[in-house]
Design a protein around this ligand. Structure first.
Ligand code: CP
Ligand code: NVA
Length: 307
């Protein structure tokens, strides 16, 4: 499969995902040895929502690859005055070798990708956070082989992180256990896509409303914010999700050598407690570091395909 854009996790095949993760591990071991953006080639990195990790890791990663990054908030561009994404894509494609964007609805990134002649990378949309999952899988792979390893994802599983965890982990042949209230479970279309992937990879997805059942014996336990960027901060969400807090009690049901992931930023005392995030099983800061290595590998692979 030709790899043109990375808008969602399964824009990579299982083999391509494994290649990117292998390259990411090499890039981590030899941080300044890869110069895929020498020239320097430029990459536009556009934000329509806030960011710390994604902004810094793309900016720094592009520099480490010998490239030049142009990191901008869309509000400071003509996008903020209504210039279309299609025209923006046509213009930026004349300047840069790739466009990275964090935005709201997936139709926005789809419009950009349709009109760009360079690769477009999803730096988080409402539907997906695929760059995050590359870093998550790299972090898990540093602990255990991905295939056959189980990952419990607890809390709001109906938004970007839940969806991407289901699809990316399925591509890697992992066993995903979703523990979420009914209204916070991945959409049927996401679960159907995962089932098709798992028929090839041997992975699986199970969905339960019982957080303990989801975590029981799991090798990896992951969670995310209860109120994501762009959502109203509703008391209802806290009421619905409080039973799914990742605390020591819930974690005690996981495998003895289980590791904990959280994409960050954490809302300490809400979806995860201090004792867990600062505890011996937490890998969240390795996970944040791996954003850098995984995204460098992804950019190198996309540009190799585009050249
Ligand atoms: N995990 C993540 O995407 O963090 P930022 O919002 O800080 O980029
Ligand atoms: N689900 C969170 C992820 C933040 C990196 C959000 O969209 O705000």
């Amino acid at each position: 499969m030709t790899l043109k854009h990375f808008l969602k996790d399964d824009d990579l095949t299982t083999a391509q995902q494994a290649e990117v993760l292998e390259l990411a591990a090499q890039m981590k071991a030899h941080r300044y040895a890869y110069r895929a953006l020498a020239g320097p080639q430029s990459v536009a990195v556009i934000f329509e929502k806030p960011s710390t990790r994604t902004r810094l890791s793309f900016d720094i990663g592009i520099a480490e690859l010998g490239g030049h990054s142009v990191v901008i908030d869309s509000q400071s561009t003509q996008l903020g005055r209504g210039e279309t994404l299609a025209d923006t894509a046509r213009v930026l494609s004349r300047y840069v070798s790739a466009i990275v964007i964090r935005t709201f609805g997936d139709e926005r990134i789809a419009e950009l990708a349709e009109h760009a002649t360079v690769p477009v990378v999803n730096a988080l949309t409402d539907g997906w956070h695929p760059c995050q999952l590359l870093a998550d899988l790299q972090t898990v792979a540093e602990h255990k082989p991905l295939k056959g390893t189980s990952i419990a994802y607890i809390g709001d599983a109906a938004f970007n992180m839940g969806n991407s965890t289901v699809i990316a982990a399925s591509l890697a042949g992992m066993h995903v256990r979703i523990g979420a209230p009914e209204d916070y479970q991945p959409a049927a279309a996401v679960l159907e896509r995962a089932a098709a992937i798992n028929a090839e990879t041997g992975g699986s997805v199970t969905v339960t409303t019982d957080p303990v059942a989801a975590v029981e014996g799991a090798d990896v336990v992951s969670t995310d914010a209860w109120v994501s960027m762009g959502m109203a901060d509703s008391a209802k969400r806290f009421g619905d999700l409080h039973r799914y807090q990742l605390n020591d009690d819930l974690l005690s049901h996981a495998a003895e050598d289980a590791i904990v992931l959280h994409c960050l930023p954490a809302h300490r005392g809400e979806e995860i407690t201090d004792e867990v995030i600062d505890g011996p099983r937490s890998r969240v800061f390795c996970q944040a570091e791996n954003r850098l290595h995984a995204q460098k590998a992804l950019l190198a692979r996309l540009l190799q395909e585009a050249s």
